[in-house]
Design a protein around this ligand. Structure first.
Ligand code: ZN
Length: 123
């Protein structure tokens, strides 16, 4: 059994350069909006996928399998994407997609966020 204590003189090896070069990117991964074509962080965009019945469904948890298209959850970007048929292109679907589920989701989502604009009373 060797119980010798080896602390001491060799502890000062230079470690100084290790941490400067590799800066892991702390920024969120970005995606391109299929509507306005701007890039934004994943959390700012809505992921949509083809639902299998020729319909487009919002992938709120961003975990559905298959190709996804990313979109700002706004009516403007949605309109642009529909007009350009960007969903079909992004999802590699050649048939027209039924976008009503996503349109509906965006409509309700927008209403919820655009509270500050007018003081309209909801009766
Ligand atoms: Zn957009």
């Amino acid at each position: 059994m060797e119980g010798t204590d080896r602390t001491g003189l060799r502890a000062q090896t230079s470690h100084a350069e290790a941490s400067t070069r590799h800066t892991p990117s702390l920024t969120e991964p970005v995606r391109t909006c299929v509507g306005c074509r701007a890039t934004d962080s994943r959390s700012a965009l809505l992921r949509v996928v083809a639902g299998g019945q020729g319909d487009l469904v919002p992938d709120l948890r961003r975990c559905l399998p298959g190709r996804g298209a990313w979109l700002h959850p706004t009516g403007d970007c949605f309109d642009l994407a529909v007009r350009r048929r960007a969903f079909g292109r992004a999802l590699r679907v050649s048939t027209p997609l039924d976008t009503s589920a996503v349109a509906e989701w965006i409509a309700t989502h927008e209403q919820a966020t655009v509270r500050t604009k007018g003081n309209r009373q909801n009766l």
